[in-house]
Design a protein around this ligand. Sequence first.
Ligand code: NIG
Ligand code: FE
Length: 402
Amino acid sequence: DAAVLIEGTRIAWVGPAASAPVPHTAPAHLRERTTGGRENGYSPHPRPSDVLSRTNGAAALEREEVAVVDAAGRAVIPGFVDSHTHLVFGGDRADEFAARMAGQPYAAGGIRTTVAATRAAGDDQLRRRLARLVAELHAQGTTTFEIKTGYGLTVHDEARLARLAAEVTSEVTFLGAHVVPAEYADARDEYVDLVAGPMLAACAPHAKWVDVFCETGAFTADESRQVLEAGMARGLVPRVHGNQLGPGEGVRLAVSLGAASVDHCTYLGDDDVAGLAGSDTVATLLPGVEFSTRHPYPDARRLIDAGVTVALASDCNPGTSFTSSMPLMIALGVREMGMTVSEAVWAATAGGAAALRRDDIGRLAPGTRADLVVLDAPSRTHLAYRPGVPLVHAVYKDGARL
Ligand code: NIG
Ligand code: FE
């Protein structure tokens, strides 16, 4: 029995439908029903729960120019905020996945396969794949997403990926330090200098964030620090891939630099958890990776109980998590990581917003962006209760239906 009032691109009011500041019935020509053939089929007691959308400000209210969308008892939640993806790449690694499921372990070096395919792909080819993935995210209720570079690993290719990413999101992350490319295998110091120097300079104009893969097989803590500090000197804010494949220094490094987020957090010591709890760094958990690599899931319960801010994200990438489904992350968070439904939905919305240091998304409250998802379900609980079922009925971004 709730209603949301939208003015232009922002939420103006949220509350019980009965006390909405505009009538929740409107002239017939302004009524826009979203209900389809399945309406109310899931609900024992269907009651109107409305999304009220008004486009012309106060004057429209006086003239009653209010478009009313009757959600017919469906739950309405904030659009998902996917704060960690690698959406710009060429090729795929289905064969590597199949081999892994047959017993091969995952290693960071697999990234080089995607680097080769990405370098070989033209801009338009990458753009078309990216557009398909963005449509896939939107269709599943994601209204804000971050994208990392990291499959180019030359000055030219990293700048190209940053530019393509910036065409579809304002949340672009420079990840030149994803892995040492094959041609620098015997000269890793030179590669780190390239990343922290000319590559960063070429990418920084398109990016907001700088990230490193601080892990055995990728970059050491010292190398990671060099790249992150160079990025910070150029005004980028640090984030870190850490503690994914084993215990390591990623979390400590992230906390010491005041990173916005440290992502993966699969293998944590008590000192890591305590460090995160005493910091503003969000722990972003990416259970699609554990699902696709058969590593143990990160312990969200331990982090939340220690007072750490936890986000859930897809890590959509061709190597370790080729899924863009935030509902799947919620289901895994609840079923495998000790989260309550409320905590998991919060982590996939407000938590993602915190990881991107955004206060205009991730919540339904007056003044925030009108980014919302109408679920084909009477409550958000169904996101975890009905795993694998497409429950997204409608998605609104900045007040407009996608
Ligand atoms: O987040 N951890 C590093 N990067 C990706 C994996 C990328 C790949 O294997 O292509 C991740 O899991
Ligand atoms: Fe990642």
